[in-house]
Design a protein around this ligand. Sequence first.
Ligand code: ATP
Ligand code: SF4
Ligand code: MG
Length: 324
Amino acid sequence: MLLEVKNLKTEFKMRKGIVKAVDDVSFSIDQGKVLAVVGESGSGKSVTSLSIMGLLQDPGKVTGGEVLFKGEDLLQKNKKEMQAIRGHHISMIFQEPMTSLNPVYKIKDQLTESIMLHMKLSKKEALERAVEMLELVGIPSARERADEYPHQMSGGMRQRVMIAMALACNPELLIADEPTTALDVTIQAQILELLGEMRKKFNMAVLLITHDLGVVSETADRVVVMYCGKVMENAEVKEIFANPLHPYTNGLLKSIPSLEDDSEEPLYMIRGMVPNPLKMPSGCPFSDRCEKCMERCRQEMPDLVDIGGHEVRCFMYSGEKEEA
Ligand SMILES: Nc1ncnc2c1ncn2[C@@H]1O[C@H](COP(=O)(O)OP(=O)(O)OP(=O)(O)O)[C@@H](O)[C@H]1O
Ligand code: SF4
Ligand SMILES: [Mg+2]
């Protein structure tokens, strides 16, 4: 196993209380595989990835669990060790490329700097590698464009530069947090295709974070569905689409716009809203919005149960159903 996240807990201590942004989350990724993490806004996807990367900002704090990367717990590493791991073994791409590209440096300088740092190449060799990577991610006239500043490029091109930067040092794991949401649909598809090609070429594992289950069906091997900081369901992609168990997953699946569907019916929406993280309902966090909600759902938290490799957190599957 390349990455094993075990019982990860991350909290934000606020004046009005504690936000349990990631609450006992476990999942794993094999080498070369794509794991998608899906869930609505605020479900804890980004905080999970920042916790793995050691990039949490105050007041965020990991309060429990392990992040085993090739058997070693990243949570026990110091700043310097994590810096060496980031970029070299694990890379991350963010939703908005301008947050990671420095506006005052040319593309080539940003790329060569990170390549020199992690791959111990000379400046000349690093520049060659940078141009090669820009070509690989489909930037036309890569050598000339490397001379440009980030603002001279379109959003799609900048996202390609980000991917080139993240992949330049052959990471074993790429964490992609909503890598395409800022882009229009055609460019989105191209970038996802590119990520897929790169994954195959480098046999890299990908943790793909998205709120879009449509994206998942084409790209991922396995899916983790998160809600309010908890894993609600975790299964192979085919299994999730053929046999979704959790009412929340079902709701997300029903909300995917379909290309074939030309009816006038408005798109399905899960009723209600994600609860305020400081005022979580007691019991199942989805209980306020769930069409299957039972009496006990409002009082107790269901456990995550494993049904033949398909994990689900819902009293409908916990084995000790209430007598109707
Ligand atoms: N800096 C912060 N301070 C306080 N709370 C935070 C902070 N960052 C995140 N949170 C809280 O942690 C929870 C999880 O947030 P997170 O950003 O991981 O959600 P997400 O699933 O990535 O959502 P999105 O789809 O909008 O990116 C939310 O309740 C959020 O309010
Ligand atoms: S435990 Fe109850 S409220 Fe929660 S998802 Fe299952 S049926 Fe719905
Ligand atoms: Mg996020």
